[in-house]
Design a protein around this ligand. Structure first.
Ligand code: HEC
Ligand code: HEC
Length: 191
């Protein structure tokens, strides 16, 4: 954790030092490095993602509504207009670039994961960005598992949701979460 925090320190200095960068240049150099398939963090894939969703999440990070130490610090100094431009640029990228690496899933039952997805999730999570929910196919397994858990009702809510995601995720056991996350990670976005 220590190394991540000092990384963010550096990151913020970079942002100030390079204030003359355009938004696309800033995103390409400062954001995509973490949000890439081969990055060591759990940072989700986001190129080409649903515009409305991106704006919503970026404002939530900036305003400390969605709780995440790194992303809160990354976003806190941007104006409304800049947040909108960032979301719009990321959303304009190709969704095909949001394909995470396929992880090993020794403990998951992919058939069960598919069944859960088709029964409880597919209505809002399609592979296209016109769905109610964000695209979650081809996403990193670890991110999917953590995001689903963050919606489940516990004493701590890092992520108050726009729609009541918890009514769709509360009934999932830890094993169900592993199964559905593994199934989604193995889906191809653009093939
Ligand atoms: C040091 C690594 C790091 C950097 C740099 C970084 N992010 Fe993130 N970002 C993360 C992590 C980790 C998460 C997952 C947060 C969570 O688990 O709630 C995240 C989450 C997000 C999300 C939410 C996506 C979703 O599917 O819910 C968006 C959007 C985002 N970041 C955009 C950006 C933008 C824009 C920048 C540059 C201005 C940026 N990030 C820079 C690590 C980073
Ligand atoms: C009624 C529509 C709806 C249903 C059904 C639904 N979701 Fe969602 N989901 C959403 C919306 C909207 C969001 C964005 C919430 C937010 O921005 O806080 C979301 C967010 C998510 C995220 C976070 C994605 C990210 O990039 O941060 C995951 C993971 C997820 N849903 C998984 C599931 C799973 C698994 C199921 C089925 C068990 C499911 N959802 C059912 C609408 C739905």
């Amino acid at each position: 954790m220590r190394s991540l925090i000092s990384f963010v320190g550096l990151f913020c200095i970079n942002l100030y030092a390079q204030a003359s960068m355009s938004i696309p240049q800033m995103v390409d150099t400062q954001c995509i490095s973490c949000h890439s398939a081969d990055n060591y963090t759990n940072a989700p894939m986001m190129s080409g993602q649903n515009l409305e969703f991106l704006e919503f999440e970026l404002f939530n990070f900036r305003d400390y509504v969605r709780d995440h130490e790194i992303m809160n610090q990354v976003m806190e100094d941007f104006t409304d207009q800049e947040v909108k431009e960032i979301a719009s640029y990321i959303s304009s990228l190709s969704l095909c670039d949001s394909q995470a690496l396929v992880d090993e899933h020794p403990e998951a039952d992919l058939i069960k994961g598919k069944k859960i997805f088709n029964q409880s999730c597919i209505a809002c999570h399609n592979k296209d960005t016109l769905s109610v929910g964000p695209v979650i196919h081809g996403q990193k397994t670890i991110y999917l598992e953590e995001a689903i858990k963050s919606f489940q009702s516990t004493w701590y809510e890092p992520r108050p949701s726009r729609i009541n995601m918890r009514s769709h995720t509360d009934m999932l056991s830890d094993q169900d979460i592993k199964d559905v996350a593994a199934y989604l990670n193995e889906q191809q976005l653009c093939k």
